[in-house]
Design a binder for this molecule. Structure first.
Ligand SMILES: *[C@@H]1O[C@H](CO)[C@@H](O)[C@H](O)[C@H]1NC(C)=O
Ligand SMILES: *[C@@H]1O[C@H](CO)[C@@H](O)[C@H](O)[C@H]1NC(C)=O
Ligand SMILES: *[C@@H]1O[C@H](CO)[C@@H](O)[C@H](O)[C@H]1NC(C)=O
Ligand SMILES: *[C@@H]1O[C@H](CO)[C@@H](O)[C@H](O)[C@H]1NC(C)=O
Ligand SMILES: *[C@@H]1O[C@H](CO)[C@@H](O)[C@H](O)[C@H]1NC(C)=O
Ligand SMILES: *[C@@H]1O[C@H](CO)[C@@H](O)[C@H](O)[C@H]1NC(C)=O
Ligand SMILES: *[C@@H]1O[C@H](CO)[C@@H](O)[C@H](O)[C@H]1NC(C)=O
Ligand SMILES: *[C@@H]1O[C@H](CO)[C@@H](O)[C@H](O)[C@H]1NC(C)=O
Ligand SMILES: *[C@@H]1O[C@H](CO)[C@@H](O)[C@H](O)[C@H]1NC(C)=O
Ligand SMILES: *[C@@H]1O[C@H](CO)[C@@H](O)[C@H](O)[C@H]1NC(C)=O
Ligand SMILES: *[C@@H]1O[C@H](CO)[C@@H](O)[C@H](O)[C@H]1NC(C)=O
Length: 388
C-alpha cells in the first residue's frame, strides 16, 4: 500500500514540502538533514484580524482571494477557508492533495492556539470511521480522524468534502496558519476528490484555473498577495503568459510538475540542466539538484557553503533566472536572499541543494511571476509579475 510520504526540509524559519511518494522516492537518499528552527507564532489578535478579512463575491469571472504573507518576508502564503461554518487559515499548497485543520479535541500543547474545528458546532458534519496520519520528514506528523462537511472557498461551496481533523499537529508552533489546503491533483490520502476537483464538478467556473500573485513585501510593502480562481487577472502580469505542459503524468500522477530547461546567472547558462520541477506554492524556497545548485553559487562571487547551506553576499546583484519552455524568468536579487543578518555580510540563499535531478520550485521563484495552474488543460503558465 503506497503511502504519501511527506518530507520537510527547513532552513532558518522556513519550510519546504516534498509531497507524493513518487517525488519523495527520487530524493530518498538525498535528504539534507537540516536543523529546524521555530518561527514566531501568531498572536490570537492577529488570528482574529485575519478572520475579519472579507471574502469577495461568487460568480465574478476572476475571483480574487486575499492571501496573507507570513512575517512579511515573502516566505509562505496562506488564505481563508470555511469548513462547516467555521473559519480557518490554510496554506494554499499546490504541492499536496489533502485538506486538514486542527480539531477541537486537540489540546494546546498538540495544536497550539490555532483555530480548531468543532464538529458539534456544525450541523452538516458527517464523521467518517477513518483515521489519518500524514508523516512529514524529520519526524513531523499530522494525525487525527476524517470527516465530511460543507467547505467554502471564497463563496464557492462544495458539499461532502472529506478533510482531516488533526489531533496531533506537528506544525502548530511553526505555522501561523491553522492547516493546509492541498491544491495538487494527486489522489489524496484524505481529500479524494480534492476541493478544486469538486469545484470543477460543480461547473460554477468557466475555467478550472487557480493563479497566484505573491506579494513581494521585500520590494514593496504594499504589494498584496492573492489567488485568482476560475480565470486570469490580465492586470497581474507583464507580457504574455507562456504555458508548460505537465510532464509525464504516468510517472508523477497528479503533480504540478513541468520541465525545467535551463538556469542562468546574469544570462549565462549553468549548463546541463534537463530537469523536472515541481511547482509548489507551499514551499518558500527553491530546492534543487545538489550539483546544479553548486554550479549556480559558483557563479555568484562571494558565495559560501557551510553546514550544508549556501550563503550569498547580502548585497549581491547577480540575477538567477529559471528557463521554462524557452522563456527566462528572473529572480530578483532581493528574492535570492533568504534572511538578512545584521552581523554578517552573507545571507542565506533561497536556492539550496537537497534533491537529485528534480527541483522543487517555491515562493522564492513564484513571487517573481504570476503563476497559473490550469486544471482543465493540465498546464502551468508563468508571466513576469507586476508589483502593485
Ligand atoms: C467567517 O469569515 C467570514 C468572512 O470574513 C465572516 O463573514 C464570518 O462572520 C466568519 N464566521 C465566523 C463564524 O467567524
Ligand atoms: C462564464 O462565461 C460567461 C460568458 O463569458 C459569463 O457571462 C459568465 O459570467 C461566466 N461565469 C463565471 C462563473 O465566470
Ligand atoms: C495533550 O494531549 C496529549 C495527547 O493526548 C497528551 O499526551 C498531553 O499530556 C496533553 N497535554 C495537556 C497539557 O493536556
Ligand atoms: C482512531 O483513533 C482513535 C484514537 O486515536 C481510536 O480510538 C479509534 O479506534 C481509531 N479508529 C479507527 C477506525 O482506527
Ligand atoms: C453527503 O454524504 C452523506 C453521507 O455520506 C450522504 O447521506 C449525503 O447524501 C451526501 N450529500 C451529498 C450532497 O452528496
Ligand atoms: C511551449 O510553449 C508553446 C507556445 O505556448 C506551446 O505550444 C508548447 O506546448 C509549450 N511546450 C511545452 C513543452 O510546454
Ligand atoms: C511515462 O512514464 C511511464 C512510467 O514510468 C513510462 O512507462 C512511459 O513510457 C512514460 N511516457 C512517456 C511519454 O515518457
Ligand atoms: C532530457 O531528459 C529526457 C528524460 O530524461 C530525455 O529524454 C531527453 O533526451 C533529455 N534532453 C536533453 C536535451 O538532454
Ligand atoms: C526552444 O526553442 C528551440 C529553438 O527554437 C527549439 O528547438 C526547442 O524545441 C524549444 N524548446 C521547447 C521546450 O519548446
Ligand atoms: C549572523 O552572522 C554571524 C556572524 O557571521 C553568525 O555568527 C550568526 O550565527 C548569524 N546569525 C544567523 C541567524 O544566521
Ligand atoms: C558588498 O558589500 C561588501 C562588504 O560587505 C563590499 O566590499 C562590496 O563592495 C559590496 N558590493 C556591492 C556590489 O555593493
Amino acid at each position: 500500500m503506497k503511502k504519501f510520504l511527506w518530507s520537510l526540509i527547513s532552513f532558518i524559519i522556513f519550510l519546504v514540502f516534498i509531497t507524493s511518494s513518487d517525488v519523495a522516492s527520487i530524493s530518498d537518499s538525498n535528504y539534507l538533514t537540516i536543523e529546524l528552527f521555530k518561527r514566531e507564532t501568531i498572536s490570537p489578535e492577529k488570528q482574529r484580524a485575519l478572520m475579519t478579512l472579507k471574502y469577495s463575491k461568487l460568480f465574478r469571472r476572476d475571483v480574487v482571494i486575499p492571501l496573507v504573507n507570513e512575517i512579511n518576508l515573502d516566505f509562505s502564503y496562506y488564505g481563508l477557508i470555511t469548513i462547516g461554518g467555521q473559519n480557518f487559515t490554510v496554506d494554499y499548497d499546490t504541492g499536496s492533495p489533502d485538506l486538514w485543520v486542527p480539531g477541537i479535541q486537540c489540546n494546546s500543547s498538540q495544536c497550539g492556539t490555532h483555530n480548531k474545528f468543532d464538529p458539534a458546532k456544525s450541523s452538516t458534519f458527517v464523521p467518517s470511521q477513518k483515521n489519518f496520519s500524514l508523516s512529514y520528514g524529520t519526524g513531523t506528523v499530522i494525525s487525527g480522524y476524517e470527516g465530511q462537511d460543507v467547505v467554502i472557498l471564497n463563496g464557492i461551496s462544495v458539499t461532502n468534502l472529506t478533510f482531516g481533523i488533526a489531533l496531533v499537529d506537528g506544525f502548530n508552533t511553526i505555522y501561523e496558519e491553522d492547516g493546509i489546503l492541498g491544491l495538487s491533483r494527486q489522489i489524496g490520502q484524505i481529500s479524494n476528490p480534492g476541493l478544486i476537483q469538486k469545484i470543477k464538478e460543480k461547473k460554477v467556473l468557466n475555467h478550472t484555473i487557480i493563479a497566484f500573485h505573491f506579494g513581494r513585501y521585500k520590494l514593496k510593502t504594499t504589494d498584496k498577495s492573492f489567488m485568482n480562481l476560475g480565470g486570469i487577472d490580465v492586470n497581474a502580469y507583464i507580457g504574455n503568459i507562456v504555458y508548460n505542459d505537465l510532464i509525464n503524468q504516468t510517472r508523477y500522477p497528479g503533480t504540478w510538475m513541468i520541465s525545467l530547461h535551463d538556469i542562468q546567472v546574469d544570462g549565462i547558462s549553468i549548463g546541463g540542466i534537463n530537469s523536472s520541477a515541481l511547482i509548489d506554492t507551499g514551499t518558500p524556497a527553491i530546492i534543487g539538484d545538489i550539483t546544479q545548485v553548486s554550479k549556480i553559487h559558483a557563479m555568484i562571487p562571494g558565495s559560501n557553503f557551510n553546514n550544508n547551506l549556501w550563503r550569498v553576499p547580502c548585497n549581491t546583484s547577480k540575477i538567477v533566472a529559471l528557463v521554462f519552455n524557452n522563456t527566462s524568468y528572473k529572480i530578483s536579487p532581493t528574492e535570492l536572499i533568504r534572511s538578512s543578518n545584521q552581523s554578517s555580510s552573507l545571507c542565506l540563499s533561497t536556492i539550496q541543494g537537497g534533491l537529485n535531478g528534480v527541483w522543487l520550485v517555491g515562493a522564492a521563484f513564484l513571487s517573481n511571476v504570476y503563476s497559473v495552474f490550469d486544471f482543465d488543460n493540465l498546464k502551468i503558465g508563468f508571466a513576469e509579475s507586476k508589483v502593485f
